[in-house]
Design a protein around this ligand. Structure first.
Ligand SMILES: [Ca+2]
Ligand SMILES: [Ca+2]
Ligand SMILES: [Ca+2]
Length: 328
């Protein structure tokens, strides 16, 4: 969406909050400052599932198939591809922190540069008759068709997600019916240089409702009934899968897949990553600007950089809550 002017829109009341927050939170910031975020040991199950960060994700652990935020918490902290089954053309060095990498949630994100096949693969625990997948991506400027996600049945792809397949700035979910005919669900106006979330809902059925949800500055939801009886999914791939030879690349983060239940977007501007809005989100954003990378979602305006405009974005959200600073 570019850098919208949040400062110019916020109210006098919000401006007063800026002042009070800056004053009252400086001791907490000072206390936090010596501790690098990389040294924090998080509950691994919380971070692996991201359950606490989803808008409606409580109690869904049994439905989880795989999740990766590209972070390995512990001592030492690292950005990693370790959770994936295999990789082509990518190493741990492709997962990283800003400014080398963009990330949407937590300190690390995955950057996949164009020029060759570069992708990750995760195998499901068993052949699955349904699949929900959600991840975030940040396209850089290029116009060639790029296959950025696929899921196969150990033989052929049943699900493909293409950027620029049916025209520049389109995102197409291509699925196949039982006679191997393709069906395309296409979102448009997918601009480079901002984060998008995508959620794909697939199932075997007669027919099954296949669903694509893409959210950037607007939300696009497309559904299509497709005859998929008896089809199964065994593996998922993420990256640049089809040998894209042009320049450019894509950043990825917050990949999660489940059997059935909707995943939803991470809470925008929840800098702390606790699933709530509160004063600590502003504290953590100030710390982030000081180099202490946040564990939640600090890029409130989703433009790929963390700066002052994100502070005012979070402040606007909090100030517009019924009880602005009532949450921890
Ligand atoms: Ca991450
Ligand atoms: Ca929060
Ligand atoms: Ca930003």
């Amino acid at each position: 969406m570019g850098s919208r002017s949040i400062r110019s829109r916020h109210s006098a009341a919000a401006a007063a909050l800026v002042f009070s927050v800056a004053i009252s939170f400086s001791p907490a910031h000072a206390a936090d400052a010596p501790t690098a975020s990389f040294g924090i040991v998080e509950d691994p199950f919380r971070r692996i599932s991201d359950t606490f960060q989803t808008l409606s994700g409580f109690g869904r652990g049994a439905d989880l198939l795989f999740a990766d935020n590209f972070e390995q918490f512990g001592d030492p902290f690292s950005c990693t591809l370790l959770n994936w089954s295999s990789s082509v053309g990518l190493t741990d060095l492709d997962a990283g922190t800003p400014p080398g990498n963009r990330r949407y949630s937590g300190p690390c994100g995955l950057r996949v540069q164009g020029g060759a096949d570069r992708y990750l693969t995760t195998f499901l625990p068993s052949l699955e008759p349904s699949l929900v997948v959600r991840f975030y991506f940040f396209p850089q400027l290029f116009t060639a068709p790029a296959l950025i996600y696929s899921a196969d049945d150990d033989g052929i792809n049943q699900i493909e997600l293409w950027y620029n397949l049916l025209g520049v700035d389109t995102l197409s979910l291509r699925v196949f019916d039982t006679s191997k005919s393709p069906f395309d669900l296409t979102a448009s106006n997918i601009a480079p240089d901002r984060w998008y979330s995508v959620e794909i809902t697939w199932a075997a059925g007669s027919p099954a409702d296949i669903r694509l949800e893409v959210v950037g500055d607007t939300a696009q939801v497309i559904t299509e009934p497709v005859e998929t009886t008896g089809l199964l999914i065994e593996a998922q791939n993420l990256g640049l899968i089809n040998g894209l030879t042009v320049g450019g690349g894509i950043d990825f983060d917050a990949f999660e897949s489940r059997r059935v239940l909707p995943i939803g977007r991470l809470l925008v501007g929840d800098v702390l990553g606790d699933g709530l809005y509160g004063a600590q989100d502003l504290v953590k954003l100030v710390n982030e600007l000081d180099g202490d990378l946040a564990l939640g979602q600090p890029d409130c305006n989703e433009d790929g950089v963390i700066d002052q405009s994100d502070f005012f974005c979070v402040l606007d959200i909090i100030a517009n809550q019924p009880n602005p600073f009532g949450s921890p």
